[in-house]
Design a protein around this ligand. Structure first.
Ligand code: NI
Length: 169
């Protein structure tokens, strides 16, 4: 199974809004399989289609750790219908290697969407799962972690990140 290229900031696709999925076909199923494979190989706990250069509203999440396993979540056209209990925590992102950003997000959410078979699904999530889902949904709206902080902090984080990326090349 091919590993997909993970786009990193400041590549344009990460700041673009993904489009709603209308057709679930074989090409989409392959994309989903490849995204799952790429997420596990990275390794990461979530991956949105924008991060592999595809502007479609789909993400995969698996917050399993060595200590505990959770089900893999594949969600298309997600929408948050309830949120509560905001909390600050550090987040990382496969598209921002070597960088963590403190973000405040609601820790209790209900999200609706459709699964990979096209069946309507509603998920109640809390804690890390809630955070991971919202992080991936941000990607679908063209929002990266840097967009979630004040403009002063954003400039500082952005400059530091770009300097580090340029040193690598
Ligand atoms: Ni991310």
């Amino acid at each position: 199974m091919p590993l997909l290229k993970i786009y990193t900031y400041p590549e344009k696709v990460l700041s673009q809004k993904a489009e709603k999925i209308q057709n679930i076909d074989g090409a989409l199923q392959s994309l989903i399989d490849n995204m799952i494979h790429t997420m596990y190989e990275a390794p990461g706990i979530g991956l949105a289609a924008n991060q592999v250069g595809v502007l479609k509203r789909i993400f995969v999440v698996d917050i399993s750790s060595k200590e505990q396993s959770y089900p893999l979540l594949v969600l298309l056209n997600p929408e948050i219908v309830f949120c509560d209990n905001p909390e600050d925590s550090e987040e990382g992102c496969l598209s921002l290697p070597g960088c963590t950003v403190k973000v405040k997000r609601p820790m209790d959410i209900v999200v609706r969407g459709v699964d990979r078979e096209g069946k309507p699904t509603e998920i109640t999530a809390s804690g890390l799962l809630s955070r991971a889902i919202q992080h991936e949904m941000d990607h679908l709206d063209g929002i990266v972690l840097f967009d979630r902080v004040s403009s002063i902090k954003r400039e500082f984080l952005r400059k530091r990140y770009l300097k580090k990326m340029n040193q690598k090349d």
